[in-house]
Ligand binder design. Structure first.
Ligand code: APR
Length: 248
């Protein structure tokens, strides 16, 4: 792949970098995206049922079991080359922050230290009534929905559903990272879901050099300083090679 010299120079110089990721960064690990093509999740499953509080209240065990199956499937999958390149960047810049909409924990598994999870995480549960948090038992072999140890109400995964607010602290930290970064790289995001989709615009308005990695067009194309068209697992290792002259 050929990359513009301005892009290479920006990446060599930058000490404060944000990687902003969506479902596309995990697609090559084997996790389908949400709204991108015939195999995507919301083509097959109704988000009103599986990603709203009302859907959960109508049929909590159905929702719990759906996420249980996803958790089981994720256990067999691994971070891909794009996750590993993002983790390796920590050796090259003083401040590397990952802001992700993903709930799969793959950035942490790849070795990133600073990961802001805007849409929660499958690693945690919380109870429906009081929001008491508990670590999800990854070794559980039962699909049966557990109850909260503190109050007895039903547990749900600690993920952000449609109509719910993003965790305040995570969003505040994400905004600060956007305002402070020199380079912002948006990877595998459809830019359809707000408020997360505001972040690249905030970063760009604060002077960051904005890079997008995506095989398909998005609303960010016009604003981006550089659009790298392709799959993250291909583009990111090629970009690393072009910037640092070796393999990640
Ligand atoms: N590499 C890079 N990008 C890819 C790849 C790939 N291999 N494959 C697909 N993409 C791109 C698609 O072109 C699309 O723009 O990733 C994007 C995936 O879009 P969505 O499925 O909408 O995922 P995302 O933007 O993360 O969705 C945001 O929506 O349902 C909610 O909570 C869910 O966090 C999710 C949010």
């Amino acid at each position: 792949m050929k990359f513009e010299s301005t892009l290479i120079e920006q990446l060599r110089q930058a000490q404060r970098i944000v990687f902003f990721t969506g479902a596309g960064v995990s697609q090559e690990s084997g996790i389908p995206t949400f709204r991108d093509g015939p195999s995507s999740i919301w083509q097959h499953f109704d988000p009103e049922i599986y990603a709203t509080v009302l859907g959960f209240d109508n049929n909590p065990s159905k929702v719990w079991e759906w996420y249980w199956d996803r958790r089981q499937a994720f256990k067999a999958l691994e971070p891909n080359a794009a996750h590993h390149v993002i983790a390796a960047w920590q050796e090259k810049a003083e401040n590397v922050t990952v802001i992700t909409q993903n709930i799969d924990g793959f950035h942490q598994r790849a070795g990133n230290q600073s990961v802001i999870e805007l849409h929660g995480s499958l690693a945690m549960d919380k109870c429906r009534v009081h929001g008491h948090y508990s670590k999800h038992d990854v070794n559980s072999t039962s699909r049966t929905q557990p109850s909260c140890a503190e109050c007895g109400s039903l547990l749900r995964p600690d993920v952000v559903w449609f109509g719910e607010a993003l965790p305040d602290e995570a969003y505040d930290q994400a905004e600060i990272a956007c305002f402070n970064c020199e380079v912002f790289i948006c990877i595998g995001c459809s830019m359809d879901v707000y408020p997360a989709a505001d972040l690249p615009y905030n970063a760009s308005a604060s002077g960051a050099y904005l890079i997008q990695v995506n095989p398909n067009p998005t609303d960010l194309d016009e604003m981006a300083d550089c659009n790298l068209q392709g799959n993250a697992g291909v583009v990111m290792p090629a970009l690393w090679q072009a910037v640092w002259g070796n393999t990640y």
